[in-house]
Design a protein around this ligand. Structure first.
Ligand code: C2E
Ligand code: MG
Ligand code: MG
Length: 702
């Protein structure tokens, strides 16, 4: 017989003095009574509700073994029982239990054991509270606290008046401030004055009104050292919906900036002499011309070339040649003014731009200074070397009115001087060898396509880890009937200027796709074929249709085609370029940024470009592995690419040492003479069939 009669539960009992029964029925807490071995004797409606049952009767019938049916961890029941048996009460016992639908909920129980006079336990009775919500918010608080303390970003929480309430560990590490030092102080302490009060106020206002502001800014470390940050300010609305807290998230982007600067420096400078490079000279020259045009001044360009440089290089070696170039650069710098532009155009050629000269006489004074500087011998190692120079001079506006032709006229004058054994020469229209040549080239190009003078060469892209050819780049070749092979680097710009490039690029695209289809038929095809696009082609509204037509014509899937564009193409009209790229990649075509690192598009925008691959320019690879700076740049590019989800390939890989260095830096895909020169379709087919000899050299070194 059950001796644990529950007075308030027994209907119509006289002991139920009014209130108790109603209390039991209407309590918000669950109330129960169970046998020690885990069956319910009684339960109120609240308990049924908490456990998901329709009414207490259903609960009592459904839950016949509490340890097994109710507790997620049956051992909890054992603990519960053990303390009841020992202490007769249990307070605030938290456990996870299943409700009727097997959802896990959290409960807190208070219970006591009811004993007979002889001390025997008759039953347990107790109350249950559903604490699932509280547990959940505790959990998310714990998570938030863990995130707050462990993220790499500095976090600052301020009140509505921007007084610091809390900072995390990363903040302390990054800024050098201690949490106690900044708590209670205005956040302007480390927000820097560099960006200007007005701008800062604007930022806060935007955050307060829009809920969040993010962008780049500056912050200050404890030692006053300013550093660039990616900053997000989130306003947390209080009850009256005005911002009553701000959360600042700061990411230190110093190294990111430094990498950007390094890449930019390299793109605009010559690594050997640290003078600006040809591209920067041309830009500076164009600017100077624009200014001279405005002020009505005259401007001179000096084009210099070291006489017999090749002989010096051949007889004493490259190291001596390089040192000579460095010393020449130093001497040139010493004879011009700070406002003059002095750059290395490539090889042993240099340019000096004098932005304001009265007449040819003033320019000649400078030329003489340069010649004088060259007259001294150069001490290199134990050698004493004499190196003379030939200088050509062209004047704006006398000889040409744009940067390109002004430089090419200075070049023509230099040639003239050299050929006639003079140390310098001013430009004279008769000398316009280059210009004339370009006109001829243009005329010849007009017939080249029709007369079948073009063909394509293919160069493999190789994954050195799998030793597979992972792609082929199609490169155009032109055999001129009289002048023989002419490099695309030479004629493509001419074709662009003459408006002939569209037809040439169409031809290349079509041929390359057709060739790929043939390899596919022979089961040789590499995963993809790359075709270079010129700017005109890229911006041509018909590009998408042309590409589609070429793919359909050859029966190739879009994924087998890769287009190579350069960063500069992105720069002229970014929105348009992004749109075009988006269309191409949406079709499934791959796009790589060729000559990456030499362009001018902001790295900040890179993430917006729907491209698949960054193709690291040859200039970065050239001096590897000795040039630590280029090594660092390559590492930065690889990291950047990984961050943005691009793949990387390096071009111009010529030596096993370069390949090994690149592979170690995380760039395993490569292209270059080491593996194969560009070869005709047939030879490329053989190479696909038989594999690459160059790979052996890489693996031998590793
Ligand atoms: P690019 O797209 O950057 O092509 C790579 C160039 O580097 C090719 O020169 C290739 O022969 C050369 N190269 C490959 N491996 C090495 C190496 O290990 N060392 C060195 N020093 N050079 C290497 P190429 O064929 O003379 O082409 C020059 C440029 O002309 C190309 O640069 C590309 O911008 C343009 N080009 C070539 N074919 C086409 C074409 O069909 N259409 C258009 N629009 N442009 C083309
Ligand atoms: Mg290319
Ligand atoms: Mg390239």
């Amino acid at each position: 017989m059950n001796t644990c009669a529950f007075s308030i539960a027994s209907d119509g009992d006289d002991d139920d003095i009014g209130g108790y029964r109603s209390l039991f029925e209407n309590a918000v807490e669950g109330i129960y009574r169970t046998t020690p071995d885990g069956r319910y004797l009684d339960a109120n409606p609240a308990l049924a509700r908490i456990y998901g049952y329709g009414d207490p009767a259903e609960l009592i019938a459904g839950l016949t073994d509490i340890a097994r049916d109710l507790y997620v961890n049956p051992a909890d029941r054992d603990r519960f029982k053990a303390s009841l048996d020992r202490d007769s009460v249990v307070r605030n016992f938290e456990a996870r239990v299943y409700d009727k639908d097997r959802n896990v909920i959290w409960i807190a129980e208070n219970a006591r054991s009811v004993r007979a006079i002889d001390g025997r336990i008759l039953c347990y009775e107790g109350t249950v509270q559903d604490i699932t919500e509280r547990k959940r918010s505790e959990e998310s608080l714990r998570l938030a606290a863990a995130v707050f303390e462990t993220v790499g970003e500095a976090i600052v929480v301020t009140d509505a008046r921007r007084v610091v309430l809390a900072v995390n560990a990363a903040f302390e590490r990054i800024t050098g401030w201690n949490a106690d030092e900044v708590a209670g102080r205005p956040s302007d302490l480390f927000a820097i004055e560099m960006i200007g009060i007005a701008e800062m106020e604007q930022t806060w206002r935007l955050a307060a009104t829009g809920g969040v502001w993010s962008g780049e800014s500056w912050a200050r470390r404890k030692d006053d050292d300013p550093f660039p940050v990616a900053l997000t300010i989130t306003a947390i609305a209080g009850e009256d919906s005005a911002a009553d807290r701000y959360v600042l998230l700061l990411r230190d982007i110093t190294t990111h900036r430094r990498d950007e600067q390094r890449i930019r420096f390299h793109a605009s400078h010559d690594g050997l002499t640290r003078l600006v490079n040809r591209r920067t000279v041309m830009e500076g020259l164009a600017d100077s011309i624009a200014r001279a045009e405005h002020s009505g001044e005259r401007l001179a360009v000096l084009y210099l070339d070291i006489n017999r440089f090749k002989d010096i290089n051949d007889s004493f070696g490259h190291a001596v040649g390089d040192e000579l170039l460095r010393q020449v650069a130093r001497r040139l710098k010493a004879c011009v003014r700070a406002s003059d532009i002095i750059g290395r155009l490539g090889g042993d050629e240099f340019a000096v731009v004098l932005p304001s000269v009265a007449d040819s006489g003033t320019a000649e004074v400078c030329v003489n200074k340069v010649l004088y500087a060259f007259a001294e011998p150069y001490g290199i190692n134990d050698l004493e070397l004499y190196a003379s120079t030939s200088v050509g001079v062209a004047l704006y506006p006398d000889d040409a009115d744009n940067a390109e032709s002004l430089l090419s006229r200075a070049d023509a004058a230099m040639y003239h001087a050299k050929r006639n054994g003079h140390s310098f020469s001013f430009f004279d229209p008769d000398m316009d060898r280059h210009v004339a040549e370009r006109v001829n080239l243009e005329n010849d190009l007009r017939h080249a396509l029709a007369e079948g003078q073009f063909r394509l060469a293919y160069q493999p892209k190789v994954d050195v880890t799998t030793r597979r050819v992972v792609g082929a780049e199609a490169l155009i070749r032109w055999r001129h009937p009289e002048r023989g092979e002419i490099s695309p680097a030479r004629f493509i710009p001419v074709a662009e200027r003459a408006g002939l490039i569209g037809a040439i690029d169409d031809w290349v695209l079509e041929q390359a796709c057709a060739q790929m289809a043939r390899w596919r038929d022979q089961r040789l095809a590499p995963p993809s074929i790359s075709v270079n696009l010129s700017p005109a082609q890229f911006l041509d509204g018909r590009l998408k249709d042309k590409v589609k037509a070429a793919l359909t014509g050859a029966g190739l899937p879009a994924a087998m085609l890769e287009l190579e564009i350069t960063e500069t193409m992105m720069a002229s009209d970014m929105d348009r370029a992004i749109e075009i790229l988006g269309q191409l990649t949406a079709m499934g075509i791959k796009v790589s940024l060729d000559d990456f690192g030499t362009g001018y598009s902001s790295l900040a925008y890179l993430k917006l470009f729907p491209v698949t691959t960054l193709k690291i320019d040859r200039t970065f690879v050239d001096d590897l592995p000795d040039d630590a700076k280029n090594g660092a740049i390559i590492a930065s590019i690889v990291a950047l690419a990984a961050n943005l989800g691009f793949s990387v390939i390096a071009e111009g890989v010529e030596t096993p040492a370069q390949a090994a260095f690149l592979a170690e830096s995380g760039c395993a895909t490569m292209q270059g003479y080491l593996f194969s020169r560009p070869v005709d379709a047939e030879a490329f087919g053989r190479l696909l069939d038989q594999g690459l000899p160059g790979l052996l050299a890489v693996s031998a070194r590793k």
